[in-house]
Design a protein around this ligand. Structure first.
Ligand code: NAD
Length: 337
C-alpha cells in the first residue's frame, strides 16, 4: 500500500484525493489547505489528515475548530509521492521542498513542461514516467485532445491536426472570473499553448491549436480537423472510439446535443460530484472528407485529468509496468465506462 499526499485540496486536489482513496493499492496520508474553508472542513470529515500550506495561519484553523495534523513539510515526510494540485506557478518552490524531502511528485497542467522535463498521459506515454521522480499530468484540454488523437492515430496515421477549442471562462465556483458577456480569443495568437503541449506526450505529431474563452462554466468544447494518411471509414473511427475507455460516444439525437445536457447526463451516472471523467465525442460530428477527419468533443475540465493522476502515481512508484493494467484498475475503482 503506497502513501499519497495531496498538496492543494482545491478543484483538482479534492477529486484526486477521493480517486486515490478508492484504489486498493494506495492510500491518502494527508491533504493540504491554506485557509480554513468548507473544503478544509470536508477533508477532515472524510478522515483525510489535514496539513497547512502556510504555517503562520495555524491560529485561523484553531479558531475555526478545524483540526490540523501539521504543516506541508510534515505531510511530505509521510508520503511516497506528492500530487501537487496547488495553483499553477508554485511548482518551482515546491519542487525544492520535494527534492529536500526525497519524495516523488506529480504536477498539473498549470505548470510548465520544463519544470519536470516530463509530461504524462496514461495512453500516450505512460512508460516515459515509469520510475521517474517527477512528472506532470498535462492540462484538461491537452488530456482531452490526447485521449482521442492517440485513439485514432494507430488506424489513421495522422498527418496534421488543426483544432479550435472553445474554453469555459471559469470553473463553477470562480465567482470573480469571466467573461460574463463576451467571446475572448485566448490567447489571441496562434498557436495556443495546447498544440505544443500535446507534443510533450505524443512526440512529433503536427498539431496547431487556436482557443477562445466563452461565458460558460460547465465544460470546454473542441473542434478537430485531422488530415490522415490512411483510407479509413467513419465506422472504423466509431469502432476505435467505442473500444477505448475514457472516451465516450454520445448522440445529439438522444438529447445530448450540448454541454448543458452532457452535465445533466453526468448527474444520471451517479458519480461523485456529478463528474464526467470520459471525453464525450459527438457521434454525428464524425465525418471524413477528402482524407480529412472531422469531429467534435467536450471536456469536463474539473475531472478528466483525475484518473490520469492515479495512473501517474502507479507509473512513478513502479506499481504497475503495464499502462493498460493500471488504466483498468483505476477505471474499475472510479466507475469509469
Ligand atoms: P484551485 O485554486 O481550485 O485549488 C488550488 C488549491 O491549492 C487550493 O485548495 C488552495 O488552497 C491550495 N493552495 C494555494 N496555495 C497553496 C500553497 N502555498 N500550499 C499549499 N496549497 C496551496 O486550483 P485547481 O483548479 O484545482 O488547479 C490546480 C492545478 O490543476 C493547476 O495547475 C491547474 O492549472 C490544474 N488544472 C486545473 C483544471 C481546472 O479546470 N480547474 C483542470 C486541469 C488542470
Amino acid at each position: 500500500m503506497k502513501s499519497v499526499a495531496i498538496n492543494g485540496y482545491g478543484t483538482i486536489g479534492k477529486r484526486v484525493a477521493d480517486a486515490v482513496a478508492a484504489q486498493k493499492d494506495m492510500k491518502i496520508v494527508g491533504v493540504s489547505k491554506t485557509r480554513p474553508t468548507f473544503e478544509a472542513r470536508a477533508a477532515v470529515n472524510k478522515d483525510y489528515p489535514l496539513y497547512i500550506g502556510i504555517p503562520e495561519r495555524e491560529h485561523l484553523f484553531r479558531e475555526s475548530g478545524i483540526e490540523i495534523a501539521g504543516t506541508v513539510d510534515d505531510m511530505i515526510e509521510e508520503a511516497d509521492v506528492v500530487v501537487d494540485c496547488t495553483p499553477g506557478n508554485l511548482g518551482k518552490a515546491n519542487l525544492e521542498k520535494y527534492k529536500k524531502a526525497g519524495v516523488k511528485a506529480i504536477y498539473q497542467g498549470g505548470e510548465d513542461h520544463e519544470l519536470t522535463g516530463l509530461s504524462f498521459n496514461s495512453f500516450a506515454n505512460y512508460d516515459d514516467s515509469f520510475g521517474a521522480n517527477y512528472t506532470r499530468v498535462v492540462s484538461c484540454n491537452t488530456t482531452g485532445l490526447t485521449r482521442t488523437l492517440s485513439t485514432i492515430d494507430p488506424i489513421c496515421d495522422i498527418k496534421k491536426v488543426r483544432a479550435v477549442m472553445v474554453r469555459r471562462g471559469a470553473d463553477p465556483n470562480e465567482v470573480k472570473k469571466g467573461p460574463i458577456n463576451s467571446i475572448v480569443p485566448n490567447p489571441p495568437k496562434v498557436p495556443s499553448h495546447h498544440g505544443p503541449d500535446v507534443k510533450t506526450v505524443m512526440g512529433d505529431i503536427d498539431v496547431t491549436t487556436m482557443a477562445l474563452l466563452v461565458p460558460t462554466t460547465l465544460m470546454h468544447q473542441h473542434n478537430l480537423m485531422v488530415e490522415i494518411n490512411n483510407d479509413v471509414t467513419i465506422d472504423e473511427i466509431i469502432d476505435a472510439f467505442e473500444k477505448r475507455s475514457r472516451v465516450m460516444l454520445v448522440d445529439a439525437s438522444e438529447g445530448l446535443g450540448s454541454t448543458a445536457e452532457l452535465m445533466e447526463f453526468a448527474k444520471e451516472l451517479g458519480r461523485n460530484r456529478n463528474d464526467f471523467y470520459e471525453i464525450p465525442v459527438w457521434r454525428e460530428s464524425i465525418n471524413i472528407v477528402d482524407n480529412e477527419l472531422f469531429y467534435m468533443q467536450a471536456v469536463h475540465q474539473e475531472s478528466d485529468v483525475v484518473p490520469e493522476n492515479v495512473d501517474a502515481i502507479r507509473a512513478l512508484l513502479e506499481m504497475e509496468s503495464d499502462n493498460e493494467k493500471s488504466i483498468a484498475k483505476t477505471n474499475k475503482a472510479m466507475g469509469i465506462l
